[in-house]
Write a protein that binds this ligand. Structure first.
Ligand code: SAM
Ligand code: SF4
Length: 345
């Protein structure tokens, strides 16, 4: 057994790796398959063969932020904008419920398009059906997060994107890394299941900083972690930057599974946008969550964070039976629960 395999085995046994050990892995591709298999084994052992489904509803593509990588950025004047009405959101949520989904994710650009009171009203109505609600609507104040929590929101996704503060502030002009971390602390303090994650392949990002991302996630004890390769969008300042590497993204995800075995990890759409079987590769390398897109066709096409995203949704079924059929080939099965973080105690 070589040195790298021993390190994977150590992570498997102890849930710990040093920064140097993580860097060694991220820089060497010789035992990727072994790492993926061990991450999958760890997931199966602790969480079983269940995959949790989350119905994604993209409530608005209006964004006041200007992240260089994202097609929804404020300065992308080529992007036509929309905001779903409260009734449209509730309709999509009820469709997801009819299909048997137990969690709904409301995602959107960062803006005040939705006054907090409107969002609270939508959350309260969806909660009447005993559905878990995840929000992914960017940075808010403590008070705003509190109101949304009191209305019934259960979880919140806010990727740190990168822990390299200088790179973050270059990529997300006008945003502060310190405030991003404040948001994550507030969300935890308010009792949200708190999700974060990162982009892999940002220009100027180093392997060392990706290792720091992994250690940061462990330090903040994130409940969910989404790792996605960066994909260049033609109407952004990063249009000529090469896409992130799918296999490096899978390695980051697999290492996270070994270090944080009990958390929820989605197979991200960006992985599938780069590879026709990207999400299944993820689901057999440590991921345990899928987020089928319930946004209607017209709006889904307008929620173009990166190219290829809408096509992924079109090529995939929303029907639990069909998803079950597909993942069964891999020894997996759709969970019947809302899929909160597994409780070890
Ligand atoms: N606006 C909210 C926010 O930024 O937290 C939520 C929606 S935002 C579109 C969701 C995620 O999309 C971001 O956290 C970012 O990591 C990802 N994303 C944006 N542009 C991307 C790109 N070009 N390639 C891959 N992922 C991208
Ligand atoms: Fe807006 Fe989120 Fe895109 Fe940044 S990543 S531009 S905050 S939608």
């Amino acid at each position: 057994m070589n040195k790298l395999q021993k390190i994977v085995d150590k992570a498997y046994e102890t849930e710990q790796l040093s920064r140097e050990e993580i860097i060694l892995h991220l820089k060497d591709d010789s035992i990727n398959e072994y790492l993926y298999a061990k991450a999958h084994q760890k997931k199966q052992e602790l969480l079983g063969n269940e995959i949790h489904l989350r119905a994604l509803i993209e409530i608005s593509n209006i964004c006041l932020q200007n992240c260089l990588y994202c097609g929804l950025r404020r300065d992308n004047s080529l992007q036509e904008r929309y905001k779903l009405s409260k009734d449209e959101i509730l309709f999509l949520a009820s469709t997801a419920k009819q299909y048997g989904y137990k969690t709904i994710v409301l995602q959107g650009g960062e803006s005040n398009t939705y006054p907090i009171n409107d969002l609270c009203e939508v959350i309260q109505k969806i909660k009447k059906d005993d559905i878990a609600i995840t929000l992914s609507i960017g940075e808010k104040t403590y008070e705003e997060y509190k109101l949304l929590k009191e209305a019934g929101a259960d979880r919140f996704l806010l990727r740190i994107e990168t822990t390299d503060c200088t790179l973050y502030e270059q990529m997300d002009p006008g945003m502060s890394h310190e405030n991003r971390k404040r948001c994550l602390r507030d969300l935890k303090a308010l009792g949200y299941e708190t999700g974060s994650g990162s982009l892999v392949g940002l220009p100027g990002q180093t392997i060392e900083s990706i290792a720091d991302d992994i250690l940061f996630f462990k330090e903040i004890d994130a409940d969910m972690l989404g790792i996605g390769p960066f994909i260049a969008h033609q109407d952004t300042p990063l249009k000529d930057v090469p896409n992130g590497n799918l296999f490096l993204s899978l390695k980051v995800m697999a290492i996270i599974r070994l270090l944080m075995p009990d958390i929820n990890i989605p197979a991200t759409t960006a992985m599938e946008a780069l590879h026709p079987n990207g999400r299944m590769l993820a689901l057999t390398s440590g991921a345990n969550v899928l987020m089928p897109n319930f946004t209607d066709e017209i709006h889904r096409k307008m929620y173009e964070i990166y190219p290829g995203k809408a096509q992924v949704a079109e090529n995939n079924s929303l029907h639990i039976e069909q998803i079950n059929k597909k993942i069964k080939e891999y020894g997996l099965v759709v969970s019947k629960t809302a899929g909160y973080r597994w409780n070890r105690s």
